[in-house]
Design a protein around this ligand. Structure first.
Ligand code: ADP
Ligand code: MG
Length: 449
């Protein structure tokens, strides 16, 4: 019987992974790993640093299990050697670091170009975002002197990135000398990996620590990349100690992020501000402002109609507007309420959310969890009915455009706060619970089919 050599196993694994991950991912994480000869069945890998090892284990463990042999105990026969620890003469694969004398220039690090549309003038304020907007303006006016860091959190499409870029624009316009860098969390991690690999960490540290304003978008992505937390935290501390401004955005408040206590404390140090869902009037104002920007006029009635139907995400509101204008141009019609109705109806698709009823949701969830519909409307608190009930409430809120009160009362007369609580709870759980996510997906597909 032919037994595979370590080389075969590793080659198979690489070939398999090459099909599955992006070229950049492969290049960054897998290509630098070197298989080392070992005396027994163990697969020994040389990694450039601990991050690569951890990344491999965090992200590809399942795939590794398919390939790497196991000990009778079930443990993977896999060990790592960190390249720096090997005191061998430099192998030919070692990259030559760029000349250290070069001053780090912004161009050589990941950076997000500020979106020219994302300025304060185009950010419409209302009760849900007044506070965060004025905090952002404060920070842009006197970077490093008011709140540090400024932490902006809120749901998807509510203007976090817009505000982040607005701070960058404003600060730059008022002081051309300021060094402003806007990054995504992903970009920072990639910088870290590149510089670790090229042994140019000093250069990276010097660069990041030379900034006047660091804008970090979507810090929640650090949660799945915990190995990089410390370096980012060090960067934050060093900037804050030097009175340099940091602004962070996130989909959750600091305390709800799965990050170290040190990092959370750091982020809570300054000001934590929430961007909420804009109320109807603000949504109408946003729509009209956006339409004006495109040189289109939409009657107030139409703006109102759209804003009434799309309520929890400004990006969707813009999408509806784009669609509406395209539609009316194509048809050569003025934008009327009727056209809005038609084009919006299409946008929501044949599986229009309006068609799904609470009844349908309950039936579908009842089947999924093998409980009775009457249990979902009832008050029994035992876990085997209470949990499905919360799932049904979650789905109802996700899929049906109706007031919370109406939805809640359809569950045997519950209050809107009960429904909201269920929605939040399940919404949080879905993020970490693979099984639940699948169940919910299944129910959703059934309902939308
Ligand atoms: P987030 O980063 O919170 O997901 P974005 O900042 O990308 O959201 O915003 C999504 C879209 O909605 C952008 O085009 C942005 O300009 C727009 N937007 C969000 N809030 C407002 C607002 N208050 N006024 C004007 N436009 C807004
Ligand atoms: Mg964003």
């Amino acid at each position: 019987m032919h037994t595979k050599t370590a080389q075969d196993i590793w080659s198979d694994f690489l070939a398999f992974m090459q099909e599955r991950c992006s070229a950049t991912e492969f290049q960054n994480w897998l290509a630098p790993i070197i298989l080392i000869e070992s005396a027994d069945d163990t697969i020994t890998l040389e990694v450039p640093n601990i991050f690569v090892q951890q990344y491999l284990l965090d992200n590809y463990k399942k795939d590794l299990r398919e390939f790497i042999p196991r000990a009778p105990s079930g443990e993977l026969l896999l060990t790592f050697v960190i390249a720096e620890q090997k005191k061998k003469p430099a192998a030919p694969h070692v990259a030559t670091p760029p000349p250290a004398s070069q001053d780090p220039s912004p161009g050589s690090f990941h950076e997000v170009k500020l979106n020219p549309q994302y300025v304060f003038e185009h950010f419409i304020e209302g009760p849900s975002n007044q506070f965060v907007k004025s905090a952002a303006q404060g920070v842009a006016n006197t970077p490093g002197k008011s709140y540090n860091p400024l932490f902006i959190h809120g749901g998807v499409g509510l203007g976090k990135t817009h505000l982040l870029h607005a701070i960058g624009h404003f600060a730059k316009n008022h002081n051309k000398k300021l060094r402003v860098q806007c990054i995504t969390t992903e970009g920072f991690i990639n910088d870290l990996v590149d510089n670790l690999r090229n042994k140019t960490m000093d250069r990276m540290k010097r660069f990041y620590r030379s900034l006047d304003i660091l804008l970090v978008d979507d810090i929640q992505f650090l949660q799945s990349r915990l190995n990089f937390e410390e370096e980012l935290c060090n960067t934050f501390e060093s900037l804050i100690n030097n009175h340099k401004q940091i602004v962070i955005t996130s989909d959750k408040p600091p305390g709800q992020l799965k990050l170290s206590e040190r990092m959370i404390a750091r982020m809570e140090w300054g000001l934590v501000a929430h961007v909420g869902i804009p109320d109807l009037e603000t949504r109408v104002a946003i729509l009209q402002h956006k339409a004006e920007g495109k040189g289109i006029r939409i009657p107030h009635k139409v703006a109102f109609f759209i804003a009434e139907h799309i309520f929890n995400n400004v990006r969707q509101l813009e999408g509806a507007l784009n669609r509406l204008t395209a539609y009316s141009r194509l048809m050569g019609h003025e934008v009327t309420e009727e056209i809005a109705q038609k084009s919006l109806g299409e946008m929501m698709g044949p599986s229009s959310h309006k068609k799904i009823s609470v009844d349908n949701v309950m039936k579908s969830v009842a089947t999924l969890y093998e409980v009775k519909v009457s249990d979902l409307c009832g008050n029994a608190r035992s876990k085997d009915v209470a949990f499905p009930r919360q799932v049904a409430m979650y789905l109802a809120k996700e899929l049906i455009n109706d007031s919370l009160m109406k939805l809640a009362s359809a569950f045997g007369g519950k209050t809107h706060s009960t429904l909201l609580h269920a929605w939040k709870k399940i919404g949080t759980q879905v993020e970490t619970d693979e099984r639940l996510r699948k169940q919910i997906q299944m129910a959703r597909r059934n309902l939308e089919a």
